[in-house]
Design a protein around this ligand. Sequence first.
Ligand code: ADP
Ligand code: MG
Length: 350
Amino acid sequence: MFFNRHLLSVTLLLGSGLLLSACGPTADEASATVISGKTMGTFYRVSVVGLDKSREPELRRQIEAQLAEDDHQLSTYKDDSVLSRFNQYNGTVPQPISSGMADAIVTSLRIGQKTAGAMDITVGPLVNLWGFGPNKEPVKMPTQAQIDSAKAEVGLQHLKVIQQSDGQYLQKDLPGLYVDLSTVGEGYATDHLARLVEGNGISDYLVSVGGAVVSRGKNPAGKPWQVAIQKPTDKENAVQAIVDLQGMGISTSGSYRNYYELDGKRLSHIIDPATGRPITHKLVSATVIAPTALEADGWDTGLMVLGTDKALALAQKEHLAVYLITKEGDGFKTNMTQQFKAYLRKGEKP
Ligand code: ADP
Ligand code: MG
């Protein structure tokens, strides 16, 4: 386990998410209020400075209500969520959705277009075919015919958000379209927690859901909150880079985080919509810093699908703050864009 009490407030452990969700507060967090728990199949953590102890139960209540609401909107694991009801609906009439969900889908569709469909929130039929959604893992490799028939139900062009004076609507032109927002869910929920904390008049905080983090202001030691990216080695405390988010969102997607083995092959939970199959290249993880955790969470998946070279080229073209770790021989190589360097702590550049 990685833990450096002098440097770090939180560890973003590439490929394994937030380590501190599992092992308690750091020295920095000791005098902060830390509210944490489980949500959406992962952990959330809210660290705030300067909160009166008496306000903690009320803040926890608000946090849990917010997370429950986000899950009720976006979950594909709950049959009665707003998104599941849209997926079950077998027609093409626009359906009303919340402004939060509209925002998540508009952002996802935009990133989908920018990544030429590598990130595709209509990939659900393929995710389910490979057993990474609510369906069980298959006992046999899906056949090409099964992949082709799932692919026929996938495509960004089939989904539209309509903004009207009376609200937002979601429309599909294929009745069988299945929208999967799992890939932006953690970022979406993280942004909401950040907003909720700010709404309580707190300006020094670090919030995270799974592999998405937003931090602003200072930790209890009066220093900027720091997020560490760990080297993907066996060494326990090899720091690759330490970043100061300055109010931005960060998210990591890792190919070995969620997988199973079938016929001796390791199958990743990230699907390349172009092939209809789990990704197989050597990009191990993609970390993105963006104005919102939602955006960072959308991009990291798209970049994972593209692989190192295309991901780096696109990140440069779009001026994204991106950090990639790629398997090379027995070791790893890293790439980062100029924009990412701006967040590295001075004197701690790798
Ligand atoms: P994690 O944080 O667990 O790495 P990600 O944010 O990378 O998760 O999202 C992975 C999930 O996104 C998958 O479990 C699946 O539901 C969905 N998904 C898989 N491939 C794609 C894709 N190409 N585009 C959009 N969503 C995808
Ligand atoms: Mg993602």
